[in-house]
Each structure stands twice: as structure tokens, then as C-alpha cells.
Ligand binder design. Structure first.
Ligand SMILES: *Cc1c(COP(=O)(O)O)cnc(C)c1O
Length: 432
């Protein structure tokens, strides 16, 4: 797959945007009109070790996580042990999806129908959906120009909204000032559940994402950092909360087969009080995830090389704002965002269309109608949607792009070059 990333790209990138436009106008088939031919939704194959492990599980017929013999630990239990160790957490539970992990965390915390739960106005649909799954009510907190939770808005809503829980989405891999967030939360007695669907392996001031809240939730759906098609992981250091989560996930009375779960005595009364809301992970998915987990750090490096190539190519494009990453943040660049701040909708639409014509698949969070995965707080009409003009200004500006590892670093430089040329062209036309 992928494009011809010819060595001329690098030189072209350094030319002024005006010269790009001139070149394009003069000669439509010049290198400035290069197209990218890669596929933005194509992930890498499952590693051979995962395929072999999956075959072993299938040949055994024992796909259910509790279908073990003697002291055997199931693939699901082994994955939980390994993930807990990788994150430095006491306990881990493997479940059916990231959305299930979040809803289970909220249930374990005792969130009840009608309760308010704070969450990000800028996130994806499964996040408010996990709140709605309990009959609880999302209270949206604004987004900053850094694409993180607006901590001023949060501090205010932590005091006044009546919510006792924050479902914090590290949306698109952007971590807010986690030290400040925890200060605000602790002062207001708010329990934090972290949605780490885009931050598995990321760190704030050296602390892994998912380790500051009472629960960390992860997704192993195909477009996340580990791929089992569907799947989720939940971590916590709290024995009582994790025991509830294990019971909720559908452990029957087999909780002693959770090698990364709390000790049996924690279940003494819990096991009679906690309903079974089945959402277990099976051994087949766990088997293909374990080798991927072992390679996570290496994959993060590969994502970040790609991210930095796009970022470098976009920097100093007139009219385009790169989202600067704080020094305290060690991110995972599995996607990249930039802002076309205060651009009219028609101009943003034109940039998206022109990039699409050159094979670059950009998503815009500002569209009037939700499309693909880009719905926004005011598209979730089952929840109250307050006026959030400051957040609306940011949301309207966010352009988003996935960076699958099937792209080479050269591909990423070409993609940035195309975006730069098209943003510059639309910007210049509007100025003229
Ligand atoms: C993917 C995703 C989830 C979880 O999704 P599932 O499809 O339920 O695994 C949660 N939050 C965000 C921001 C996501 O992108």
C-alpha cells in the first residue's frame, strides 16, 4: 500500500505556501498535486504469535474464560495479570468493550438512575453512552484550546452540579493537567474514572494514564492501541470496587479464578449483593492481545515518530494552529488534531474536500450533522445540552486524523505536505 513518498517532498515542504499554490495552478500534475493512496482505517495484522495463540485456544475448544482445568490460568486471566503489571495496578479485569468497562466502573461506584455524572463535552459517543446505560445523566464539562477538559469549568461544576463522579475522557490522547485535576477532584470529593481509550501507555509527569482515578478504562477495539476487534480492560487499586466489577462482569462464584483480582474474602458479602451483568472477555481475544501488549512500548515509539512527522510538516502553516503538547505529557500519537480557529464553516469544508481529493481523510468535529465518529455533546439529545459557546468555538475548529501504523514516516510527511498546501491555498484565497 501507500504512496510514492519521493525525496522531493522534503524540499517542497520548505517552500512557502504561495509557491505551492503557484505550482499547483501552473501545472496540475506537478509534485505539488501528489496524492496519498494509503488507507486511514487499515490497521496492522495481528502478530503471528497472537495468531498461533488464537489457534491453540480454538483447538482446545475452551474459549470461555472459566473453562479451565486444574490450576490452569486462562488466557483472559493471564492477560489481566500482564496488563495489571504493565500499568502498575493491583487489579485488572478484562471485559467485552471499553464502553462496558466504563459503565461497570460507574456501577461499581454506586452511580444510580437519575444521578449526575460529569464528563467531557469533547469526547466520543460511548462515553456519555456509558453514563446513559445506567440511567444516569451526563453533565458536560467544556474543552480547552489544548483539547483537554477545561479545568475552570470543571472546578465550578465540581462544586455546583451535584455530580459525585467525573468520567474523564482523555479524548484523542490529550491529557489535562492531571495534578491540578486531582486537586480539584479531591477537594470536592469527586471520584474520577479515567477513559483511557486513546491514552493506553501515555503518562502525565511520569504517571501512567489510568493510574490517578479510582478506575482506568481501556478499549481494545480495532482502532485503539491494542486490537482484538472488540474488548475492554479495567484497572484499579481498590479491592472492594474491583470485586464489585468482577461480580458485575459475570464471574458467577468463580472469582477465585481471577489471578489479578482481589482476594476471596473481599467477596464475602458483595457476592450476594452484586448483580451479574455479563460482559466478560473470552480467551480468544485475550490470546491475541497478550503479544500485542508485550509490544506496546515499541508501538508507541512508532506512533510518535509518525505524529512528529505530521506535526513538523504542519507547523507554521498560516491560519492553522498545531496543538502544542505540554512537557509533562508523554503522549501516544495514534491520531493528530489541528485547529482552524475562527474559520467560517464553508472554508473548513473546502479544506476537508480538497484534502480528500488528494487522498487525505480528515474528520471535522464542527460539522452541523454528526458523521462517522465525529458526534459532539449537542448531538447526544438524550442528555441535557447547555449552551457552551467557548467550547463550541473550539469544537468548530477541530480537524482530526488517524495515524495508523500501516503508514510510513514518509507517508506522514507527504500527508502533512498535502494538508499544508490545501490549508494555505484556502487561506490565501480568502485573504485575496
Ligand atoms: C473507543 C472509545 C471508547 C470505548 O469504545 P468501545 O468501542 O466501547 O470499546 C471510549 N472512549 C473513547 C474516547 C473511545 O474512542
Amino acid at each position: 500500500m501507500t504512496c510514492r513518498a519521493d525525496p522531493g517532498n522534503v524540499a517542497l515542504q520548505q517552500k512557502s505556501p504561495q509557491s505551492d499554490i503557484d505550482r499547483r495552478r501552473r501545472a496540475p500534475h506537478s509534485p505539488a498535486m501528489e496524492k496519498f493512496t494509503g488507507n486511514f482505517t487499515q490497521q496492522e495484522p495481528i502478530p503471528e504469535a497472537g495468531i498461533e495463540a488464537a489457534l491453540r485456544v480454538m483447538r482446545s475448544g475452551r474459549l470461555h474464560r472459566y473453562n479451565t482445568q486444574g490450576d490452569e490460568l486462562s488466557e483472559a486471566a493471564l492477560l489481566e495479570q500482564e496488563f495489571a503489571a504493565a500499568m502498575g495496578a493491583k487489579y485488572c479485569l478484562a471485559v467485552a468493550s471499553g464502553g462496558y468497562a466504563m459503565a461497570t466502573a460507574l456501577r461499581a461506584l454506586g452511580v444510580a438512575p437519575g444521578d449526575k455524572v460529569m464528563t467531557n463535552a469533547f469526547t466520543l459517543a460511548p462515553v456519555p453512552g456509558a453514563i446513559a446505560a445506567l440511567g444516569a445523566v451526563p453533565v458536560f464539562v467544556g474543552v480547552s484550546e489544548a483539547l483537554t477538559l477545561d479545568l475552570e469549568d470543571y472546578a465550578q461544576k465540581a462544586r455546583t452540579s451535584g455530580a459525585r463522579v467525573l468520567l474523564l475522557s482523555h479524548m484523542r490522547g490529550h491529557l489535562c493537567d492531571m495534578d491540578r485535576l486531582m486537586e480539584i477532584s479531591d477537594a470536592a470529593g469527586i471520584a474520577v474514572v479515567e477513559d483511557c481509550a486513546h491514552t493506553m501507555g501515555a503518562r502525565w509527569n511520569g504517571v501512567l494514564s489510568g493510574r490517578q482515578g479510582v478506575f482506568g478504562c481501556y478499549s481494545t477495539q480495532t482502532y485503539k492501541h491494542l486490537n482484538s476487534g472488540e474488548g475492554g480492560l479495567l484497572i484499579s487499586d481498590d479491592a472492594g470496587l474491583m470485586a464489585r466489577a468482577v461480580m458485575l462482569s459475570g464471574s458467577y462464584m468463580l472469582f477465585d479464578r481471577h489471578a489479578a483480582g482481589p482476594p476471596p474474602e473481599v467477596y464475602e458479602t458483595l457476592r450476594y449483593e452484586t448483580p451479574n451483568i455479563s460482559g466478560r472477555m473470552d480467551n480468544l481475544r485475550a490470546a491475541i492481545l497478550r503479544p500485542q501488549l508485550a509490544a506496546l512500548d515499541k508501538q508507541i515509539e512508532r506512533w510518535n515518530r509518525r505524529y512528529r512527522a505530521v506535526e513538523a510538516g504542519l507547523r507554521d502553516t498560516p491560519g492553522l494552529r498545531v496543538v502544542e503538547r505540554p512537557a509533562a505529557e508523554h503522549y501516544v500519537g495514534s491520531s493528530i488534531q489541528f485547529l482552524l480557529l475562527d474559520w467560517p464553516d464553508s472554508a473548513v469544508t473546502e479544506v476537508i474536500a480538497r484534502c480528500a481529493a488528494r487522498g487525505v481523510d480528515l474528520k471535522w468535529f464542527g460539522g452541523a450533522e454528526p458523521t462517522g465518529f465525529t458526534s459532539r455533546y449537542d448531538s447526544w439529545r438524550y442528555a441535557p445540552t447547555p449552551q457552551m459557546p467557548q467550547s463550541d468555538r473550539i469544537l468548530r475548529a477541530i480537524v482530526d486524523m488517524r495515524l495508523p501504523l500501516t503508514f510510513s514516516v514518509d507517508d506522514c510527511a507527504l500527508i502533512a505536505h498535502i494538508i499544508r498546501a490545501e490549508v494555505s491555498a484556502v487561506w490565501q484565497e480568502r485573504a485575496a
